[in-house]
Design a protein around this ligand. Structure first.
Ligand code: ZN
Ligand code: FE
Ligand code: ZN
Ligand code: FE
Length: 267
């Protein structure tokens, strides 16, 4: 069995479909455990800097929690978890912590979407890749993702090699970067997300890559799965490929979350 723990909602301003429609697709595909993990309000920005097309607003957060709760009561055949996708922004850890500890979450997905102020996964900002030496960029990205894991804020590190999204890859081998990162993930006791959205973008590959996932397995880092659905048809997409990838890397079980506690389940 695989879970789909990474669903967005229209509240983030760049997703479509109703939350019930996501559940209907899950039911049709035979998924029995799923979770919403919409983008947290942009807690690190002053209100006049907030882009309504990137995340829900602060006032939408309680509505989001209430709708998940309602859907739980009306879809009793599916385990519906309450998650949130939370940006890791160095210097703003205390604010994130304060928000997260007050919420009844099953898990927190931690994401690096920004390097300094550059939203490197934003299709409107691709031109900035030209300004970087790609090896240096990868070092910078992975340093940030390790800091995210070490912060202790997150249960799951989402799309752990998101920096490959648009297909910009360094020429040189980066096995040592993967190894160092796997070690830090293991020490931090975070779980890593197998995120199939990489198949829908120029990277044309699940996050993380097989080479990275093999090292994660060697360091005994637990994993979970998600489609990063931004519309109902994304639900469960690429899960056949995810299963193959998990098997190739040596994984036999995935991690489930309840009230931020881990348990393990045979794949
Ligand atoms: Zn999104
Ligand atoms: Fe993300
Ligand atoms: Zn993103
Ligand atoms: Fe996401």
């Amino acid at each position: 069995m695989l879970v789909d723990y990474h669903w967005h909602t229209t509240r983030c301003g760049h997703a479509s479909g109703t939350m019930q429609e996501y559940l209907n697709v899950a039911r049709a595909k035979g998924l029995t455990e799923v979770g919403f993990a919409d983008h947290i309000p942009m807690y690190w920005l002053k209100s006049n800097k907030i882009d309504p097309e990137l995340a829900m607003s602060t006032t939408e957060l309680p509505e989001y929690l209430a709708e998940v709760e309602l859907l739980r009561r009306t879809n009793l055949d599916i385990n519906i978890k309450l998650g949130l996708e939370v940006d890791f922004i160095p210097g703003h850890e205390a604010t994130a912590k304060k928000i997260l500890t007050a919420l009844p979450l099953d898990y927190v997905l931690g994401s690096v979407h920004y390097l300094n102020d550059w939203g490197f996964d934003n299709p409107h900002l691709i031109h900035h890749y030209q300004e970087w030496d790609l090896l240096e960029l990868y070092h910078c990205y992975f340093e940030q993702i390790r800091a995210a894991a070490s912060s202790g804020l997150f249960d799951i590190i989402a799309h752990p090699d998101l920096i490959k999204k648009f297909g910009y890859r360094p020429q040189k081998e980066i096995t040592e970067i993967y190894r160092q990162t796997a070690r830090v993930f293991a020490d931090s006791e975070v779980c890593v997300e197998i995120n199939t959205a990489g198949l829908r973008v120029p990277a044309q590959e699940i996050y993380p890559s097989l080479a990275f996932l093999k090292l994660l397995h060697r360091y005994k880092v637990p994993v979970t799965t998600g489609s990063d659905a931004h519309k109902p048809e994304h639900v469960g997409q690429g899960f056949k490929e995810a299963l193959q990838l998990l098997e190739l890397a040596g994984y036999r079980e995935i991690t489930l979350f309840n009230k931020r506690q881990k348990s393990y389940c045979k794949i």
